[in-house]
Design a protein around this ligand. Structure first.
Ligand SMILES: *Cc1c(COP(=O)(O)O)cnc(C)c1O
Length: 389
């Protein structure tokens, strides 16, 4: 059976070149970067080389890049670091209804500690309203956090404009750029962001590694306390292999940026075109104008996304559902809810994300399988249109 992975926004395979760079740092080059003898210095050099590679991808200075154990830690550090540092100044945060749970659940926690959080709406295209943002700012606002690209619907936010608004009000601006990294051009100097979260495993690097960009001169409280690693700002012995891998992945993302974007967007567009044309009662969620090059988020009316996912899995195809229906939660997707998608349609939504190893044959196989599955499920569906729903 064919195996087709269309969930690149969940995670990506580590590229061969990345793995090759990492391997020596498990064995002969295993030193602790804090040690002062040659073996330690060799490891420290590798960490700093990776820092340069990540910095180059976002046009930052290497000293503005701090390695973390992934995007989640970077988001947590940004929000808790600012709130702790500036708690005397104010207790108000502005974010959006469509952030990743790494941000939303951090905000829940802060609300319990007495912080006020404003959650901005998004419009039918999936973008925040800059007027609502401006109107939400108070003299107690200490942080604005808006993700660059949403992980479910792939929409790109007007980051530069938001950064300008934040700057005009002397408010710190954080963006979660985990989905954006390597998929849209990012220049932190041009964009004017103060803090930016990144993750390695979404750009063909290893899991459990990421970074927080902290603009030069900006002080936020530390999140992990311990040794003096990362210039005394992020404690804990460096994940040497993870950092080396993230660095290499960042370099590949920078060097192959144009072909990556072209490859993904062509296949994504081909998938969207075929599905919308060949399968009736399907809807694409989120605008195509300013979107993650690999993301397609599609509602199949009258049926359950979970059923589609499970049947596609039987064909060797991996996708994800728009609704986060796990054994624990039957909550419909907070992102599609914010987008105004009716709840029964949210349950019929599937996210397809293509990547560097996806081929046109893969897409054909997926669409052909989908046609069969959707027809079958609709015949069985109690809420089928023909039955008067
Ligand atoms: C994956 C993801 C994260 C979490 O990153 P991890 O490295 O998996 O902790 C945060 N934000 C967004 C938008 C993501 O897609």
């Amino acid at each position: 059976m064919r195996n087709v992975y269309l969930d690149y926004s969940a995670t990506t395979p580590v590229k061969e070149e990345v793995l090759k760079e990492m391997i020596p740092y498990f064995t002969e080059k295993f030193g602790n970067p804090s040690s002062l003898y040659d073996k330690g210095l060799e490891a420290k050099d590798a960490v700093n080389h990776a820092r340069e590679q990540v910095a180059a991808l976002i046009n930052a200075e290497p000293r503005e890049v701090f390695f973390t154990a992934g995007g989640t830690e970077a988001d947590n550090w940004a929000v808790f670091g600012v709130c702790d540092k500036l708690k005397e100044k104010g207790n108000h945060i502005i974010t959006t209804k469509i952030e990743h749970h790494a941000m939303l659940h951090s905000c829940d926690f802060l609300e319990k500690q007495g912080f006020d959080v404003t959650y901005l709406d998004i419009d039918k295209d999936g973008r925040v309203d800059l007027d609502q943002l401006k109107n939400s700012i108070t003299d107690k606002t200490i942080l604005i956090s808006v993700m660059m690209i949403n992980n479910e619907i792939g929409t790109l936010q007007p980051i530069k404009e938001i950064a300008e608004i934040a700057k005009a009000h002397k408010i710190i601006f954080h963006t979660d750029a985990v989905q954006a990294l390597g998929n849209v051009p990012i220049d932190v100097k041009e964009l004017g962001v103060d803090l930016m979260s990144m993750s390695s495993h979404k750009i063909y690097g290893p899991k459990g590694e990421g970074a927080l960009f902290i603009r030069k001169g900006l002080r936020i409280s530390n999140y992990l306390h311990g040794g003096a690693q990362e210039s005394g700002r992020r404690a804990g012995t460096e994940n040497l292999t993870g950092i080396v891998g993230f660095g290499k992945a960042a370099e590949l993302a920078r060097v192959h940026f144009d072909e990556h974007v072209k490859h993904c967007s062509e296949l994504r567009n081909y998938l969207v075109d075929r599905v919308l044309k060949e399968i009736p009662d399907t809807i694409l969620n989120g605008t195509m104008d300013g979107r993650h090059p690999g993301n397609a988020n599609i509602t199949f009316k009258y049926i359950e996304g979970e059923s589609i996912l499970l049947l596609l899995n039987q064909f060797g195809i991996s996708v994800s559902t728009g609704s986060a229906c796990s054994s624990k939660s039957l909550e419909p997707s907070h992102v599609l809810t914010a987008l105004g998608v009716p709840v029964e349609m949210i349950h019929g939504t599937v996210r397809f994300t293509v990547g560097d190893f996806t081929t046109k044959e893969d897409i054909d196989y997926v669409v052909d399988s989908l046609k069969n599955i959707v027809t079958k499920l609709r015949e069985l569906s109690p809420i089928n249109e023909k039955k008067g729903w």
